[in-house]
Ligand binder design. Structure first.
Ligand SMILES: [Zn+2]
Length: 387
């Protein structure tokens, strides 16, 4: 894909800032933002449809594959996934493993680590990796293979140590034996535990957050929810202002009617859009095997062939931002949920905002919020929605 590099460049448009949209310019110099200059009295009103939105690059911390490429595949698959994501505005991501034997997860971790420095210059930048399992509840396994689910109490920490380097995020069900100790152990190693695939009571969920659990894997999916007599993990996640929550904003994983419950309850800096996409995304294929289980696509709804559980999405974060913005969430908040917020969870501060000294990862969006171009570290690449 053609890329233009100029040492210095001025990008003009409707800038998606931390909490508003305003007309101005971003000056890019040597891969970084040198300055952000707003027009005097600028607001986004009155700008013609041809005037693009300029947003910080999107960051997907929960994505299993894209464009026919599986995160658990060889380095060529990681290359393909990174390139497919970049075209959708995703400039940084965490390749995400599903529940698998520990030996497979260790091999996955080794493969991703070996690939980090060799990732293609025309793909999304890897920031480490995410493990969705194996320490989850069999009662809320979703599309994960129950044969590989483990209890942390039954696993020697020495067997987990080889996973730690590069591990940024790990899903844990806080109520299973040994989970609270595992969450503390992960916290002490700088890994964010994500509460999920869980049947936790409200108290068990709160214990998980108190032990260092920081975020919530695909809120409402595969978890104890809002039962007014038996509140569970979803309630703990919603009412704890410090807890981040992931939302898969495809309209299938959480009905749009519930989105205001999330967006009106959570502080806007605690919402994280994730795709939870699987390798089928963007391929046009209808069937695939994921984690050894057959999945099928009916419309844009991806489910296990056996049993019909939702098995991830086929969207990327550009669609998630569009959907959330179309639901009435201010564009600046929808974009933050796909950029600044996931980075804040990971403690990454060198990118994710339109501000001086930030890495020049930008997404140019048309009036329809389709991705026209993507700037990765100061270099433009064609977007999936290029005219
Ligand atoms: Zn997932």
């Amino acid at each position: 894909m053609a890329a233009d590099r100029s040492a210095s460049e001025v990008v003009r448009g409707r800038l998606v800032l931390d909490d508003r949209v305003a007309i101005g310019t971003v000056r890019v110099d040597d891969g970084h933002i040198a300055a952000v200059e707003l027009d005097p009295g600028a607001s986004d009103t009155g700008a013609g449809p041809s005037f693009p939105f300029i947003a910080p690059g999107f960051v997907d911390v929960h994505v299993h594959g894209w464009g026919g490429h599986d995160a658990m595949g060889p380095s060529e698959a990681l290359d393909g996934m990174a390139r497919a994501l970049l075209a959708h505005g995703v400039t940084s991501f965490l390749p995400t493993a599903v529940t698998a034997p520990l030996s497979d997860l260790t091999a996955f971790a080794d493969r991703v680590r070996a690939w980090l420095d060799a990732a293609p210059a025309d793909g999304a930048v890897p920031l480490g990796f995410n493990l969705e399992g194996p320490f989850i509840s069999a009662a809320r396994k979703g599309a994960h293979n129950p044969s590989f689910i483990r209890h942390p109490a039954g696993v020697d920490r020495a067997d987990l140590e080889p996973l730690i380097e590069g591990l940024r995020l790990m899903t844990v069900a806080p109520e299973i034996p040994g989970a609270v100790e595992l969450i503390e152990w992960l916290r002490d190693r700088g890994v964010a535990a994500s509460m999920g695939h869980s049947a936790a009571t409200l108290q068990a969920a709160r214990d998980g957050y108190a032990a260092g659990g920081r975020t919530t894997t695909h809120l409402f999916n595969a978890m104890s929810g809002i039962d007014h007599h038996a509140p569970g993990l979803a309630v703990a996640a919603l009412v704890d202002d410090d807890a981040w929550v992931e939302l898969i904003a495809d309209g299938h994983h959480v009905d749009r009617a519930l989105w205001p419950i999330i967006t009106r309850t959570k502080p806007s800096d605690r919402l994280i859009l994730v795709s939870d996409a699987v390798s089928l995304a963007g391929t046009g294929e209808r069937r695939a095997a994921i984690g050894g289980m057959a999945v099928e696509l009916i419309g844009d709804r991806c489910t296990l062939v056996d049993g019909g559980a939702l098995a991830g999405s086929v969207i990327a974060l550009d669609a998630a931002v569009r959907n959330l913005a179309q639901s009435g969430v201010p564009l600046a908040h929808a974009v933050a949920a796909a950029s600044r917020n996931p980075l804040a969870l990971l403690g990454v501060t060198d990118r994710g905002r339109l501000a001086a000294a930030q890495r020049a990862d930008l997404v140019e969006l048309g009036e329809d919020l389709q991705v026209r171009r993507v700037m990765r570290g100061g270099v433009w690449h064609a977007g999936a929605g290029a005219a």
